[in-house]
Design a binder for this molecule. Structure first.
Ligand code: ZN
Length: 493
């Protein structure tokens, strides 16, 4: 996108406008919260992008907006995610922020999964604050709401029992203190000492321990924490996926806890649907179907990521297609920006033919009739990077190509008959440096007709000596993109 495209304003989708309209006057605090128990995949990005669109809609109306990503770093490890060593069983129940990085590259398990996601948000130019829940507890941000929750244990338990239709254990507590073993323990809080902001509890072996809740020595249970953090952070809007908004789900309990116990108005809400990956199903870290935001940023610019992840309506489920349908998506995206662009399939051909040489790519594009789009060399280099990565990772086999070198080309020509060889030699003699794609296409076609060779066999011969395949991109523009020497060397069989 050009400088002007950026500065004339961010595109605000209609649904985000309508949500912003429903929220009333600010200041606003928009939050998106995600677990860091495993890879934070591109499906999770949908929630952040929904929140971002609403934050932007509010900002555009002149509202003061704080936009927060709440990483649930203090949450306990519940199960061993794919790729995590089985020895991590011993950390089940420990805070993710207190567990070592399984690969040893970050300060904790939580950071290992959070940092790449945070980097992707930064790369997307997102105006967002990333907060870590263990840090919020340690800094005392949740101290008042934790005290309030413990004081209202009975009321909270009643709401949980009514909404979930499950009986809570006798010593149920909204607060999970961290035992000296490292485990968060929920069921045996014995005494609350509000002046010392601490609780006395029985650990796994029945020994009494104390935990100071103003210092991050424990956390609120997930359902209570949801309502408590709305109040502590002054949240006015939060999107939720369908797993939370189902009947008896966490928003049902949090809504009642918020209004009846914390006396805080329930924030505005948007329910988004999942996205899947075409041909592979819903994205899910636990099932190992993982596409990371950085994988997307390797094949398209940030605004295209926003567009493909949100779709037309994030309240509807859909599968993103990064394979055969992707070139069309990119062309639609470029066309909407209203600038000259090179069709993505052509970029893919160029990128695979010239490798990483942007000058050769610009030359190939000029000869192919895309001179204007090739003028900005920085942008061209970036576009070639996307196209090359896409070709390597996602392109259907029919779109993967590499220009054969001369020896490979001679070898490939061995499978051709005399008619095909004679045809290629004649074409080679007719090619001229100044010919554009259409002129070359014309030579290829008319020469075949003149020689009485079926065009299908003629073109098969062309693809065979250039690419070692029986088909490929439109031959005329492809050959016009090569230098005359490159083309002649391969056609003179
Ligand atoms: Zn790491």
């Amino acid at each position: 996108m050009s400088e002007t495209g950026r500065s004339t304003g961010i595109h605000i989708p209609g649904w985000a406008e309508r949500v912003a309209d429903s929220l009333g006057a600010g200041p606003h605090v928009v939050v998106s919260g995600i677990s860091v128990s495993g890879n934070i995949h591109a499906g999770n990005l949908r929630e952040v992008l929904v929140a971002e669109a609403v934050a932007n809609a509010l900002r555009q109306r002149g509202e003061e907006v704080r936009f927060i990503f709440h990483a649930d770093t203090i949450d306990p490890l519940r199960k061993i995610a794919p790729g995590i060593p089985q020895s991590y069983e011993e950390f089940i129940g420990h805070s993710l922020s207190h567990i070592p990085d399984p690969e040893g590259c970050h300060v904790s398990y939580a950071e290992h999964f959070l940092v790449p996601f945070e980097e992707a948000l930064l790369e997307m130019g997102m105006d967002i604050e990333v907060l870590r829940s263990h840090d919020l507890y340690e800094r005392g941000v949740y101290t008042d709401v934790t005290r309030e929750a413990i004081e209202h244990t009975d009321g909270l338990r009643e709401i949980l029992q009514e909404v979930t239709n499950r009986k809570m254990p006798e010593h149920w507590s909204p607060y999970l203190p961290r035992a000296s073993s490292g485990k968060l323990i929920g069921r045996r809080v014995l005494e609350h000492l509000p002046e010392q902001t601490s609780v006395v509890f029985a650990d796994e072996d029945g020994f009494e321990e104390a935990a100071n809740y103003s210092k991050g020595e424990g956390k609120l249970g997930w359902r209570v924490e949801l309502a408590a953090r709305w109040k502590a952070l002054g949240i006015t809007f939060e999107p939720f996926g369908k797993d939370h908004t189902s009947r008896g789900g966490s928003t049902d309990t949090a809504d009642r806890m918020s209004s009846e116990v914390f006396h805080y108005p329930v924030p505005g809400r948007y329910e988004y649907e999942w996205i899947g990956l075409k041909g592979r199903g819903d994205m899910s870290s636990s099932r190992g179907i993982v596409l990371l935001p950085k994988d997307l940023l390797e094949i398209m610019p940030p605004d295209a990521v926003r567009r493909i992840i949100l779709g037309r309506d994030p309240a509807r489920r859909f599968d993103i297609d990064l394979e055969g349908g992707f070139p069309r998506f990119m062309d639609e995206y470029r066309a909407e920006a209203g600038e000259p662009y090179v069709p993505f399939t052509h970029l893919v051909t160029v990128a695979q033919t010239v490798g990483e040489d942007p000058d050769a790519a610009a030359e190939m594009l000029r000869r192919g009739g895309y001179g204007e789009a090739a003028r900005d060399t920085d942008k061209l280099a970036q576009d070639l990077y996307y196209a090359r990565n896409w070709a390597a990772e996602w392109a259907p086999e029919s779109m993967r190509l590499g220009l054969l070198d001369q020896a490979e080309s001679e070898e490939a020509a061995a499978g051709l008959d005399d008619e095909q060889r004679a045809y290629l030699r004649e074409v080679s003699g007719k090619l001229q440096a100044e010919m554009d794609g259409e002129a070359v296409q014309d030579v290829l076609y008319s020469t075949a007709i003149e020689r009485g060779l079926k065009p299908k066999r003629a073109f098969a011969a062309v693809y065979r000596v250039l690419l070692g395949k029986s088909s490929g991109p439109k031959a005329g523009p492809f050959i016009a993109g090569l230098t005359l020497d490159q083309a002649r060397e391969r056609l003179s069989v």
